[in-house]
Design a protein around this ligand. Structure first.
Ligand SMILES: [Zn+2]
Length: 197
């Protein structure tokens, strides 16, 4: 097992050092132990990728952050593009999410390859949901991540933005329509009053 100190020296100077430390401290002691144990046998790596976004066509949060465990490495990649914009609660929760992937791997809890096959087939991802459920139980703010990513998508993904604009326009149209109807009613009432006078 590597020591806590060895882990801290591994992230020293990394751009997200502060947030990784905060996430790390808030993990349950058992999870920290499992990870320190995992990293004894694997090369631990943290990296910040400048152009993570451009490598993928599909705009999904998993394309901006990744935890990969192989037989020899335990790797965490973060997109600078995304982390330049993210706020602290969401940033810390996302880091905890990635650490949780490694934790679940180490514990042999990862959703089966059948689940992964299903993901490829219908887009649902059992493992992601289980990771989020676990970190929510650990007290991390999963909601902050979801809210951040929805806004991030609207800002950067033309498809998401077009969908959002359509929704906003429909809502404005609906409100204008209500307004017009109320206005007509009010005018009708007023007209009635004047006639009565
Ligand atoms: Zn994930």
């Amino acid at each position: 097992m590597i020591t806590n100190q060895q882990f801290l020296s591994k992230i020293k100077g990394f751009k997200l050092e502060g947030w990784i430390k905060k996430a790390w401290k808030r993990l349950p002691a058992e999870a920290r132990k499992v990870l320190l144990n995992l990293w004894t046998k694997k090369e631990l790596e943290f990296s910040m990728i400048p152009d993570f976004d451009k490598a993928y066509k599909k705009f999904h949060r998993c394309n901006f952050i990744a935890a990969t465990t192989t037989t020899t490495t335990s790797e965490f990649m973060f997109s600078r593009f995304m982390f330049n914009e993210i706020d602290e609660p969401a940033g810390i929760a996302i880091i905890a999410h990635e650490l949780c992937h490694a934790y679940r791997y180490a514990k042999g809890l990862e959703a089966s390859s059948l689940a992964k096959y299903k993901k490829a087939r219908d887009g649902a991802n059992a493992e992601e949901i289980l990771v989020d459920k676990t970190i929510a139980k650990w007290g991390f703010d999963v909601r902050a991540v979801n809210i951040f990513f929805e806004l991030f998508k609207i800002k950067h993904d033309p498809k998401a933005r077009a969908k959002f604009e359509k929704q906003v326009n429909a809502e404005v149209d609906r409100q204008l329509c209500d307004f017009k109807e109320n206005m007509n009613k009010e005018m009708g009432k007023l007209a009635g009053k004047f006639v009565a006078l």
